[in-house]
Design a binder for this molecule. Structure first.
Ligand SMILES: [Zn+2]
Length: 420
């Protein structure tokens, strides 16, 4: 007998999901103002999905999971349904679930999404939810759909070898609130780093800032990441960047004597914990709320920045917001617009490119800063920060993105010290 389990409250989604992946990603178009007052979010039913009297069990009962429904097609094939928290939403269909089986067996899993959404993230698997690897290419099957210019690249299925031990399958490595807090605490073991709560998310989770530097300098930089839950590669690059600013090199020590560094590593803890595709628990893309500040996460950071400026009578000279997309892109402020350290970002990107022979990422300067809408514009317009959005490719090799984060930090420190 085939058996179907659909998560309670399954939502029939309308077709206004946006899924416009182009063959070569050229960056996003103009960002338009949108309403950012809270909207309803579809809560995910959480628990275990047993089949064959519990001989095989799927689960979304963990932080960061997303599995909205599952169906058994035959003895060896299952179809999972992955849906977003609400619509419209960007085509970043996050999934994450666990499976165990009483006996050793091989199964196939088909991925399905709402109309217009195509599979995006190459599956990662883990035996302990800590160490991840991309699924073997022999176990990954992609059937091209009939060519359509505006959407849907492929139907995807995977083959898994199951055992009684749990196997995790996830769009990217799981980096939940707990993982991030562990990193924060690890960093704060250094004598010149502390951390503090600067506010709470919509669902009441703490928003943390790392304070880096022995003393509070009048010269400051601001780093944020993970406004968008699935963007794990941006988060990992951010960590490497920050760890380099905090290492024992003479350069980093000198930098920290001159600048205070503030880091909000996890802007959207609710979205991460709930396995959202994009939004916070208010159903809003946080990176559209930097004018109205309707959402507590953006408001907390804005208040924090203003407080530092007031208490030190100082300035923020640089602001960076780490994200992920189809390939490495730097969204910058047009160099003719001058902030607190003119020329910093273009010179930095020139140095960064020169550090990697053949590295030619897209650099996309923008001169339309108002209304601010996004973090980069807010950092620039309201605080004069030389600001940018750094988008790391979804599939950038993890060692490579760490190296870029590290090199970026080294070149930035050299430049900012030379300009002091
Ligand atoms: Zn993003």
């Amino acid at each position: 007998m085939n058996k179907t389990i659909l998560a309670a409250g399954f939502l029939i989604l309308s077709t206004n999901l946006l899924a416009q992946s182009k063959p070569v990603f050229q960056g996003q178009g103009e960002v338009r103002p949108v309403e950012t007052t809270s909207r309803p979010v579809q809560k995910q039913w959480k628990g275990n999905f047993p089949f064959e009297n519990g001989a095989i069990v799927f689960s979304n009962n963990f932080s960061g999971a997303r599995l909205n429904g599952i169906m058994q097609n035959n003895d060896s094939t299952f179809t999972v349904l992955i849906t977003p928290e609400n619509v419209p939403v960007n085509p970043s269909p996050w999934y994450s679930f666990a499976i165990w089986s009483k006996r050793k067996r091989t199964i196939y899993i088909n991925f399905t999404y709402p109309p217009g959404v195509s599979h995006r993230y190459y599956p990662k698997i883990s035996a302990n939810a800590l160490n991840w690897k991309p699924i073997d290419s022999c176990d990954y099957f992609e059937k091209k759909r009939p060519a359509r210019s505006d959407s849907a690249t492929a139907d995807v299925s995977i083959r898994l070898s199951l055992k009684p031990d749990t196997l995790w399958v996830s769009a990217q490595e799981l980096q939940t609130v707990k993982h991030t807090l562990n990193w924060i605490k690890e960093m704060a073991r250094k004598p010149f780093i502390s951390y503090a709560e600067i506010g709470k998310s919509k669902e009441g989770r703490p928003l943390y800032v790392l304070n880096i530097g022995r003393r509070r300098s009048k010269k400051m930089i601001m780093i944020i990441s993970r406004q968008h839950p699935p963007e794990v590669t941006g988060y990992l690059a951010m960590r490497s960047f920050v760890e380099t600013l905090c290492n024992n090199s003479p350069l980093a020590k000198q930098f920290r004597e001159n600048y205070s560094v503030y880091v909000v590593p996890l802007m959207n803890p609710d979205g991460v914990e709930n396995g959202h595709w994009r939004h916070n628990a208010g159903g809003i893309d946080l990176n559209r709320d930097w004018t109205k500040f309707n959402q507590p996460e953006c408001l907390a950071v804005s208040k924090f920045i203003k407080k530092q400026e007031k208490e030190t009578s100082g300035k923020f000279y640089f602001g960076i917001d780490f994200h992920s997309t189809y390939g490495d892109i730097y969204y910058t402020v047009d160099p003719k617009l001058r902030g607190n350290m003119p020329g910093l970002v273009p010179e930095w990107l020139t140095k960064l490119k020169a550090s990697f022979p053949g590295y030619d990422p897209k650099i996309d300067p923008n001169d339309k800063m108002e209304p601010a809408i996004i973090s980069r514009n807010y950092f620039f317009v309201s605080h004069g920060m030389e600001a940018l959005v750094y988008e790391v490719g979804d599939n950038t090799e993890r060692e490579d993105l760490k190296l870029k984060g590290k090199t970026g930090a080294i070149e930035l420190m050299k430049l900012m010290l030379s300009k002091k």
